[in-house]
Design a protein around this ligand. Structure first.
Ligand code: GLA
Length: 388
């Protein structure tokens, strides 16, 4: 799957060349989980699985979309029917049409387009397949209308598509990672100030590798639990008299916990405040060239997500525990949770630990009667871009 697959399918479907091919990546989050809707710190990096999008200006008042997964099905929707909740929009085309709507909402004149999507980012794996599609579409629709938004604007428009069109109340991390990450770096994104900084992260240079274990437990943010966590954080911030939980410093945590009415709210707040502190600690170690030292912080993040934030599941816990027992330096769930993927930081000099984990995790899943997981190693890749 590549830029040329999307372009070829475009030619076969629409009988002409696309005006451009655009792509945007999925992401993993190294650390900083469930903090992005509380003004917190996150540290994702883009992976080399991308959504490719061939795009052409359409000679009509309709937007047509095709996916390489269903190459014979052309979905065609009148521009006037593209609005949140429109009965003309159902299923996967909503991510592309939502991004089209979002660019149009800026008030700029936007050309109708034909779009062909070929995505390598597995959906439901917690690797931000929807953000990849949205960012690629925002870039394509903007470029074809003569508009070149900067990466943070691409991210904002893509997040708006997800929040207001698709209807998922996600925070800004995934779209920002897909739009603004750079090759060879993690993205330190301060979601309170909206600032980003690329921090070099080259695991191989430290004899390390990052493995992703996709548990194949489909994860969805639309099932209500994500929204409940978000609402708890907002309720807690309100009770504590701060705009967002980010405003609780780690040293003020004990006093803040004393002021909360129940154990559940206290655990939610403890996760968010300690997680921000773990991101800061991770950044400090990376800046000091001590990438191998971040393992314990990753593992502590998982424990906090499992025990305090209640967003893990047995398959994620098993993948983490097995990876650690097989020699990983650290491991944690990545993304929204309730399924999806785990990342493990492993030593790669001899390929020994990679090999050991590659054997141990599938064996443990088989023993427990779980669906066989998919393992891949990932390196920090480039964010959204025009390919052709
Ligand atoms: C999902 C959301 C993000 C973020 C993570 C948890 O991926 O889309 O905004 O909240 O969950 O860190």
């Amino acid at each position: 799957m590549s830029a040329s697959t999307a372009a070829d399918l475009f030619r076969r479907t629409f009988g002409r060349d696309p005006d451009g091919v655009f792509s945007a990546p999925g992401r993993v989050n190294l650390i900083g989980e469930h903090t992005d809707y509380s003004g917190g710190l996150v540290l994702p990096f883009a992976i080399d699985a991308r959504a490719q999008l061939a795009a052409g200006r359409a000679d009509s008042s309709r937007v047509r979309v095709v996916s390489a997964q269903k190459p014979d099905e052309v979905v065609s929707v009148a521009v006037d029917d593209i609005w949140p909740g429109s009965p003309a929009v159902t299923g996967w085309p909503g991510y592309l049409l939502g991004a089209f709507w979002s660019v149009r909402e800026t008030g700029r004149p936007v050309e109708p387009v034909d779009l062909v999507l070929d995505s390598q980012v597995p959906s439901g794996a917690g690797l931000s397949s929807s953000a990849a599609v949205e960012c690629a579409t925002v870039l394509a629709v903007s470029a074809l209308s003569g508009y070149r938004p900067d990466p943070l604007t691409v991210a904002r428009l893509a997040q708006r598509a997800e929040n207001d069109f698709v209807g998922v109340p996600c925070g800004p991390m995934d779209q920002t990672a897909s739009a603004a990450c750079t090759e060879g770096a993690v993205l330190l994104f301060d979601t309170r100030s909206g600032t980003v900084e690329n921090i070099p992260f080259d695991p191989a240079a430290h004899g390390l590798a990052v493995l992703v274990v996709d548990t194949r437990v489909a994860h969805s943010l639309a099932d209500g639990e994500y929204g409940k966590r978000r609402a708890s954080c907002e309720r807690a911030a309100h009770r504590l008299g701060v705009p967002q939980l980010r405003d609780i410093a780690i040293g003020d945590l004990p006093a803040a916990l004393d002021r909360l009415p129940d154990d559940e709210l206290r655990r939610r707040v403890r996760h968010v405040v300690t997680e921000n502190d773990r991101v800061a600690g991770t950044v400090e170690l990376l800046r000091a060239g001590r990438a191998a030292g971040i393992g314990d912080l990753l593992t502590a993040s998982h424990a906090s997500l499992r025990d305090d934030y209640d967003v893990s599941c047995p398959e994620l816990d098993l993948a983490v525990d097995t990876a650690l027992a097989a020699g990983a330096l650290g491991a944690r769930m990545t993304g929204g949770g309730f399924g999806g993927s785990v990342i493990a930081l492993v030593r790669a000099e001899t390929n020994g630990s990679v090999g050991a984990i590659g054997d141990a995790v599938p064996a443990a899943f088989a023993e427990n009667g779980y669906t066989s997981p998919v393992l891949r190693s990932v390196t920090p890749a480039q964010g959204a871009r025009q390919e052709v």
